[in-house]
Write a protein that binds this ligand. Structure first.
Ligand SMILES: [Zn+2]
Length: 126
């Protein structure tokens, strides 16, 4: 368990990557790290962390069955950090019925109570 690689694709052990955030030991300081750790939370079924990193205005009432997707890989395409808004473009792959699918999203993050939180998907790169 200790040398399990982090699902976010960083190549680092989970415990010294997103595991630090999911366990609540610390909070990620950049939107890109929030995005990566949210992917890991989706992959590991950690609803509590997803709620914690979601802006209260857009956060859905997630249930366990909402996040049963089998995530296989994450690639951060690019990210742009701002003072109060940051944007992260990523691709995430998952398998369903033995077929690989891809989600390609541009995500908006905002600073809320001094923490970066996910707000929503944007229609395109701003
Ligand atoms: Zn990670």
């Amino acid at each position: 368990m200790t040398d399990q690689l982090c699902p976010c694709g960083s190549g680092k052990p989970l415990n010294s990557c997103c595991g630090l955030y999911l366990s609540g030991k610390t909070y990620p300081t950049t939107a890109e790290r929030v995005m990566r750790s949210r992917y890991t939370a989706f992959a590991m079924g950690n609803i509590q962390y997803l709620h914690k990193t979601w802006h209260p205005d857009t956060c859905p009432d997630l249930q366990a069955e909402d996040i049963e997707t089998q995530w296989t890989r994450l690639e951060v395409v690019k990210s742009k950090a701002g003072l109060k808004r940051s944007v992260v473009e990523f691709k995430a792959w998952y398998t369903e019925n033995n077929q690989e699918h891809l989600i390609h999203e541009v995500s908006l993050f905002k600073l809320y109570k001094r923490r970066w939180v996910y707000v929503e998907a944007l229609p395109s790169w701003p």
